[in-house]
Design a binder for this molecule. Structure first.
Ligand code: C2E
Ligand code: MG
Ligand code: MG
Length: 398
């Protein structure tokens, strides 16, 4: 997205600083810029229907009368589909807390940047901006489009398949594995991504059906890939809720052995999305899986409930740095520090460290220089069907 197609609202009490930002936006090609000195003025602009086509708000935090925090709360309550950029001269840690607060209020936050603002910082944020229309379309497309009944029917019909996203060794570019990501090949609507069905399956207690079909197909794919001469591992996502079933480890082991694959080639990725009420069965399952030789990976590291605690309890073999930190690596010092300390911790605990969401050459280079061992992301390859992945393996002969 380029600046000249967007309408901005700049909220900054300091006249000089506001002028500087307006000037930068102008130089980036923007023709539609609204300005406000205070939060109240800004809210009035947003209320006025003739001016309300604002796409992106740039908001200072430290303002008299109504501070940035209060303004963000109002945005969260009434205009949460507008993208927001927080700008502040305050230190990174504080900006980071405001960032967290903004997402808790449901604000579409593009990013938080430290002053002085540079054109490069803004351009980077504009490039990840998704317009309200496409966002809404996306939400509609993937949100409540399907009922549980339709999803279960698709599962029964065998319409759910794994797509494979390559995982590579960052220093050498060597292919070392792939993550299996669920895709629904809908007979009418084409390929549907996980956020249209995972939530509903988890909440209704049906996620295991997906887990087992994914595991079975992934293990068979792994066997086939090995037969073609590529000895790589396959990662499968596991819902934390599934781990409550004390028999899970045995079921998983059975499926994988049945396919003729050594469990050491299967990595189970677990995201800690909420506090577990009963950790004991989950711990028993994880310990058993590890004993059978499966790899265990902490997915979306840094976003979970209490990641540190989890690591100390289980012998995890891999830590995956969440893509949100990689995305903000160049603009947020906090993200960079978090990535660095995750890599350091993984190394000390003899875990593999994988960065997710590598989208540019620069992301790759930077993570490599930070000694991050493995990576995956669109820059390397997007998730693809098994056939395409087999071709990818051939092209990347190890
Ligand atoms: P995840 O396990 O963290 O998987 C990574 C997600 O990031 C995938 O989204 C992948 O397509 C996407 N991705 C990879 N590289 C990039 C990149 O460079 N940029 C961006 N913007 N995105 C990238 P996907 O396939 O939509 O999956 C979303 C989530 O759904 C997964 O996140 C995982 O938590 C869940 N999921 C997927 N398959 C399964 C499954 O079989 N079972 C369960 N329980 N969850 C699954
Ligand atoms: Mg994953
Ligand atoms: Mg992840």
């Amino acid at each position: 997205m380029v600046a000249n197609e967007l309408t901005f609202l700049v909220i900054e009490d300091d006249d000089f600083q506001r002028e500087v930002i307006v000037d930068i936006l102008g130089r980036l090609g923007s023709k539609n810029i609204q300005e406000a000195r205070t939060g109240t003025e800004a809210l009035n602009i947003l209320k006025d229907s003739t001016l309300s086509s604002i796409d992106i708000i740039l908001c200072d935090l430290n303002m008299p009368e109504m501070d940035g925090m209060e303004f963000l709360r109002h945005i969260g309550n009434s205009h949460s589909s507008i993208a927001t950029i927080i700008m502040s001269a305050l230190d990174g840690a504080l900006i980071e807390s405001v960032r967290k607060m903004a997402s808790a209020y449901g604000i579409y936050l593009l990013g938080a940047i430290e002053k002085p603002i540079t054109p490069a910082q803004l351009e980077a944020l504009f490039s990840i901006y998704k317009s309200r229309e496409s966002k809404q379309k996306q939400e509609f497309k993937h949100g409540s489009l399907f009922t549980l009944g339709e999803i279960l029917e698709g599962l029964t019909n065998g319409d759910f398949v794994p797509f494979f996203q390559p995982k590579i060794h960052l220093a050498t570019g060597k292919l070392i594995g792939a993550e299996a990501l669920a895709r629904w090949r809908h007979p009418q609507r084409g390929v549907i991504a996980p956020y249209a069905f995972i939530d509903l399956l988890e909440k209704s207690g049906h996620i295991d059906i997906l887990t087992f079909t994914m595991l079975e197909q992934s293990a068979k794919a792994c066997k086939l890939i090995h037969e073609k001469g590529h000895e790589i591992s396959i990662s499968v996502n596991l819902s934390l809720t599934s781990l409550a079933d004390i028999k899970l480890a045995d079921k998983i082991t059975h499926i994988v052995l049945e396919s003729g694959v050594n469990p050491k080639f299967i990595i189970l990725e677990i995201t800690e999305t909420a506090a577990m009420t009963d950790m004991a069965p989950a711990l028993e399952n994880l310990a058993r899986l590890r004993m059978k030789g499966f790899g265990l990976s902490i997915d979306d590291y840094g976003t979970g409930y209490s990641s540190m605690q989890q690591i100390s309890r289980i012998a995890f073999t891999e830590l995956k740095i969440d893509q949100s930190f990689v995305r903000e690596m160049t603009t947020s010092n906090v993200s960079k520090v978090l990535i660095n300390s995750s890599i350091e911790m993984a190394t000390k605990l003899q875990m593999k460290c994988t960065a997710e969401g590598i989208e540019t050459k620069n992301d790759w280079e930077q993570l490599k220089s930070m000694n991050c061992e493995l990576g995956q992301g669109y820059y390397i390859a997007k998730p693809m069907s098994l056939d395409e992945f087999l071709k990818f393996c051939e092209q990347n002969l190890n």
